[in-house]
Design a protein around this ligand. Structure first.
Ligand SMILES: NC(=O)c1ccc[n+]([C@@H]2O[C@H](COP(=O)([O-])OP(=O)(O)OC[C@H]3O[C@@H](n4cnc5c(N)ncnc54)[C@H](O)[C@@H]3O)[C@@H](O)[C@H]2O)c1
Ligand SMILES: [Zn+2]
Length: 316
């Protein structure tokens, strides 16, 4: 059973013309239990049995949603991910997290269900809109900042070829990012410890994304989050000096903003952080960098506590 959203169904032909093909309307707002129910109902109506394999072709919305269809259909059938966005290839399709959004928040209902295989073809990225293309690159910058300084240097020197969507260069980028994320996930599939390093930039990033009313894209918010969290770490003497400016340079090379837009008040971001139940008593925990390419940790604890006040200073 091939599952694609309507945009991808137009841009990327099904590699399995004989297989049943289901589509759903594109966009995060359709990553819901309702769409999940519509897809599973269509599979039941077609009497698709336990010998089925779900083939999810699309961005992170599609692989999350179709992976969750596979996780639950007849108590679970195998699935294959064919990510078609940069974010999908280097992030969403790796690690086995599947699920949907609910009115209470994003990704709150789902399952761990590893795909049997993930196929990435950098050629399909040609039709991906530019903003989506750059969005995913921020996760590659995150992989470099948190896990591999050498990869950061490679990204800097290959930025032009990446932005020109040279297929060979993109293949190398996808390969290295998948290797880095895959290694972390293999260590800590259920996020008990080290998987937290993949959240670098995301603690402040999610608050920025939320405070902007989702006017900022996820990647833009995470870029800003990485900058703010690293400036905080530097200010507290927890991170090697010059790390934030290296990240700033990388973001600039890829044309990604490093500061919150003038219209967005830092107070709104702080409000969003305070509203998060995890940030009790003005203290935040996040995966902070120790230096470019390395996350601080204390044994198995890969997050560091810091006062919310510091975030305010850094945001301003
Ligand atoms: N499971 C995980 O571990 C994980 C990790 C990170 C993100 N995610 C999820 O990923 C989602 C975001 O993924 P996304 O940015 O890929 O969003 P998306 O799936 O909505 O894709 C972005 C847009 O690009 C279009 N598109 C995708 N590939 C295309 C192509 N090749 N040509 C033309 N158009 C194409 C889509 O139709 C969509 O409009 C979020 O829901 C997020 O929660 C999951
Ligand atoms: Zn992210």
């Amino acid at each position: 059973v091939v599952i694609r959203d309507e945009n991808v169904a137009r841009a990327v032909p099904s590699p399995l013309p004989g297989a049943p093909s289901l589509t759903f309307p594109a966009g995060e707002r359709h990553k819901t239990r309702e769409t999940w129910a519509a897809l599973t109902d269509q599979m039941l109506a077609r009497e698709i049995g336990r010998d089925a394999v779900v083939v999810a072709i699309g961005g992170g919305v599609t692989t999350d949603l179709a992976g969750f269809v596979a996780a639950a259909y007849l108590r679970g059938v195998p699935w294959i991910a064919v990510p078609t966005s940069t974010l999908g290839m280097i992030d969403a399709a790796v690690g086995g997290k599947t699920g949907v959004d609910t009115p209470a928040g994003k990704n709150l209902v789902g399952a761990f269900h590893q795909p049997g295989a993930v196929f990435c073809d950098p050629d399909v990225l040609r039709t991906l809109p530019e903003a989506n293309f750059r969005d995913g690159l921020v996760e590659a910058i995150k992989h470099a900042a948190a896990l591999d300084a050498g990869y950061g240097a490679w990204l800097e020197t290959h930025a032009a070829a990446v932005l020109a969507r040279d297929a060979g260069t993109l293949a190398t980028l996808v390969h290295r990012s998948v290797e880095l994320k895959g290694d972390v996930v293999a260590d800590d599939e259920r996020e008990a410890g080290r998987r937290a390093v993949l959240n670098a930039g995301h603690t402040v990033g999610h608050a920025v994304e939320h405070a902007s009313g989702y006017a900022l894209r996820h990647g833009e918010a995470v870029g800003i989050g990485l900058m703010v969290e690293t400036r905080v770490a530097e200010a507290l003497g927890l991170c090697e000096g010059g790390t934030a400016s290296r990240i700033e340079h990388l973001l600039a090379v890829f044309g990604i903003p490093a500061t919150i837009p003038p219209g967005l008040s830092p107070d709104l971001v702080l409000q969003a952080m305070r509203a998060d139940k995890k940030n009790r008593a003005g203290v935040v925990r996040a995966a902070l960098l120790a230096s470019f390419g390395r996350v601080r940790h204390d044994g198995d604890d890969w997050t560091t506590a810091f006062p919310l006040d510091q975030v305010a200073k850094s945001l301003r």
